[in-house]
Design a protein around this ligand. Structure first.
Ligand code: MF3
Ligand code: CO
Ligand code: CO
Length: 277
């Protein structure tokens, strides 16, 4: 998330600058993506009521350093943590702190590992104990929105296909799509061209070509789509304080479709399964 959406309509039309990667880059992204997924898998058992998000931050830093990876967010533009932890009405970029997580919270944990120079960026929702029915539904809708966005990726398509797939589905489910943050190209860079908007029109935006790498990371709200950033300069919250959720994968465009670099090898990236005991 995290490129801010640029106001200029030409900002999504820079296909000349978008990198097209070869087999070695795919191999590097697979390794970085797999490592990100492994950490998120381990957090399924680690995260529970009473744990602080600062403890999650320490866990992720230790995990990365023990595997010769580096958390890309640490010291990134002044950010001082290895993860973003966004709770309930926090949309994204929540900062870890010592407050204990509470039964019924929903938390997004977003991490990015740099491994051998390649970035693996992924996030999932973690229900804390038993959560309410509306929260559970939001998690399911948001995950399905991400998967529909991924399913729209194919060479010959455009970034607008992704946006429309996500927006049509989320709005049909009476949820709203956050406009202020978007997915992003990545690879050797953390945030690169193109921006991946989570709304839009089929056929618009940047043409998709084999070898492009980017994230898809829709933020979906139960209420209205507007967000504001708190005075800490990072924490984005829903203006109406409605619940917000997000899932993120890093993907590559292949000759025939799409490869997801950050899929859980243990099938733990879906809501319901990622349930704290
Ligand atoms: N991982 C976030 C993303 O999905 C980026 C967070 S940048 C930070 O792009 F500085 F807030 F950590
Ligand atoms: Co991202
Ligand atoms: Co991320």
């Amino acid at each position: 998330m995290t490129s801010f959406v640029q106001a200029s309509p030409t900002a999504t039309r820079k296909s000349g600058e978008i990198k097209l990667h070869g087999p070695e880059a795919f191999a590097g992204m697979r390794r970085a993506g797999r490592l990100a997924a492994e950490a998120l898998d381990l957090l399924v058992d680690f995260v529970k009521p009473g744990l602080s998000t600062a403890a999650i931050d320490r866990f992720v830093l230790d995990f990365a350093l023990a595997r010769e990876a580096y958390p890309a967010t640490l010291l990134y533009r002044g950010y001082r943590y290895s993860v973003c932890t966004s709770i309930n009405h926090v949309v994204c970029h929540g900062m870890p702190n010592e407050k204990p997580l509470r039964e019924g919270d929903i938390v997004n944990i977003d991490l990015t590992f740099v491994l051998d120079g390649w970035h693996g960026d992924s996030s999932r929702m973690y229900p804390i104990g038993t959560i309410g029915r509306r929260a559970e539904r939001l998690l399911e809708v948001t995950h399905e929105a991400l998967m529909r966005g991924i399913a729209a990726v194919r060479p010959g398509g455009t970034t607008g296909d992704i946006g429309q797939a996500i927006q049509d589905y989320a709005e049909a489910e009476r949820c709203s799509v956050v406009r202020d943050f978007c997915g992003h190209g990545l690879g050797r860079l953390f945030h690169d061209e193109p921006n991946i908007l989570h709304y839009g029109r089929r056929g618009e935006g940047v043409p998709l070509k084999p070898g492009m790498f980017f994230t898809i990371e829709p933020m979906i709200n139960l209420g209205r789509p507007q967000v504001k950033v708190l005075s800490d300069g990072w924490t984005a919250v829903t203006r109406d304080r409605s619940l917000s959720a997000q899932y993120e994968h890093s993907v590559g465009v292949t000759e025939t479709g799409v490869e997801v670099f950050t899929m859980s090898a243990r099938g733990l990236d879906r809501p319901g399964l990622a349930k704290a005991a």
